[in-house]
Design a protein around this ligand. Sequence first.
Ligand code: HEM
Length: 129
Amino acid sequence: MATVEASDSDGKRQGVENSVTYYRLEEVAKRNSMKEIWLVIHGRVYDITRFLNEHPGGEEVLLEQAGADASESFEDVGHSSDAREMLKQYYIGDVHPNDLKPDSGSKDPSKDAPCKRKNYTLKRTVLMS
Ligand code: HEM
């Protein structure tokens, strides 16, 4: 696996807080099935395999973004702060610095296809704003 432990250069872990695992985008791209599904949101990598069945927006939209940068579609939906809080439990590391786009991957229209699910409602956004 092409990962780099930030605090692991001498082979020893120096404490959990300082340890970041970096993933290359090609590594993330392989995790694109129901068996294992990773997403990138704002430069962070999430293993959402066990969240698939629990996602209130359904598993289909997550599978559409599997292995890719879902920053734009995640924002397009207008997810609540609860949803953002949930992200933390699926966080596994950061995108490798060499693969980061200047804007952390949130605005590249060629890569970030907007969520393709038709007619999802934004009622939560409206209610909450
Ligand atoms: C791991 C990342 C994600 C988490 C933790 C998450 C979490 C949630 C949660 C908690 C909700 C309920 C509404 C809210 O609280 O905002 C929701 C709804 C929804 N999510 Fe996600 N979501 C994630 C990724 C995505 C992605 C990548 C898409 C792509 C389009 C998506 C599409 C939706 C849709 C369509 C709804 C339903 C909105 C509605 O009908 O009100 N989600 N999500």
